[in-house]
Design a protein around this ligand. Sequence first.
Ligand SMILES: Cc1cc2nc3c(=O)[nH]c(=O)nc-3n(C[C@H](O)[C@H](O)[C@H](O)COP(=O)(O)OP(=O)(O)OC[C@H]3O[C@@H](n4cnc5c(N)ncnc54)[C@H](O)[C@@H]3O)c2cc1C
Length: 373
Amino acid sequence: MSTPDILVIGGGIAGLSAAAALSSHAKVTVLEAEEQIGFHSSGRSATMVHYALGDRLVRALTLASRPFFDDPPKGFTDVPLGHRVPVLVHARDDEREALDALDAEISLFARLERLDSAGVHALCPLLKEDAQHGIADLGAMRLDPNALLQGNLRQLRTSGGELRSGARVASIARDGGLWTATSEKGERFSAPILVNAAGSWADQLAILAGVRPLGLEPKRRTIITFDAPAGTDLEHLPFTKTIGDELYFGAESGRLFASPMDEVPSEPCDAQPEEYEVALAAFRMEERTTVEVRQIHSKWAGLRTFTPDKHPAVGFAPDAEGFFWLAGQGGFGLQTSPAIAAIVESLIAGTEWPLADVAREELGPDRFVRQPA
Ligand SMILES: Cc1cc2nc3c(=O)[nH]c(=O)nc-3n(C[C@H](O)[C@H](O)[C@H](O)COP(=O)(O)OP(=O)(O)OC[C@H]3O[C@@H](n4cnc5c(N)ncnc54)[C@H](O)[C@@H]3O)c2cc1C
């Protein structure tokens, strides 16, 4: 029987970043079902840090996370956590109003350039002529998810914490002020605090523990990669997104990647790309750009898991002592992970609240689960 102070269930970015932050205050053990960390959503993302998704709260969490990515704590990683990639959001004439609205919202968080048709095509020559208007965030960033995951793991271990991989939690019981999680292999782990960072499985994990679920919705998203036209300047190609949620694309390991920005409801699972969304990605790429998708080089899918109000749930469950929710990071879990980890640290270890413009009530799971009467 292992008896840390805090048990974190889930070795994705949510669980590992929270565990790393908590490990300087307490003995932390992370239990991960798979043999490798980041196997599910955290290893399948588009890895961007940008402001063209979510709302004020998500943007505030992203903004607060950025200094960590630019200048990680000493000893966190030997390699950069990412590199600069501009973000271009483009619109046709009939979509201009939506672009204006996004411009106004994002301008509060990033320095944007407003582009006319010539500016849009200078930044992304692959777009068709109907991309008439654009906004560009030239300071955006693409993360190295492996460096981010490994850095958090290293920080956890340096502080005396541990990761148990291949430890799928099969049952959870509460007794004598302790949560005891038992893995499928029969190993037992007990701690007074259990952090539920099980990603798409977080509601299922809560049910295992006898805690009321939040109504999380995992949604599948698909990415394909394919050859760029000869002569494409991949090094300077922006992450390019339609103003509506139709298509994004960018450079990926000497090729192009694209997503039709699908949001297909799914059970928690090892998500696989479906033929329809793969074809849709290629179709939309050809519809909005001059690129011909001749052959798909690779494809994958991952789950983005949302709470009912699309804000993350971070905080102690109102209906179960010591049960901490860390779920619902949707499509922004990497880019908000440092800020959310600092919030977890504040709520569990009692450090100062890290974000002046985010209130703890905005994140609390009691938005969805009321205290028992
Ligand atoms: C296609 C795509 C594009 C994306 N693009 C971006 C982007 O550009 N920027 C961004 O910030 N975010 C992006 N995201 C979102 C981001 O990937 C997620 O928000 C984030 O990875 C969620 O992290 P997590 O740790 O909650 O989940 P996960 O990485 O899924 O981790 C949860 C872990 O819990 C484990 N687990 C579950 N049940 C158990 C159990 N019973 N016992 C033990 N372990 C268990 C699982 O094995 C899993 O490893 C994207 C996602 C997708 C799919």
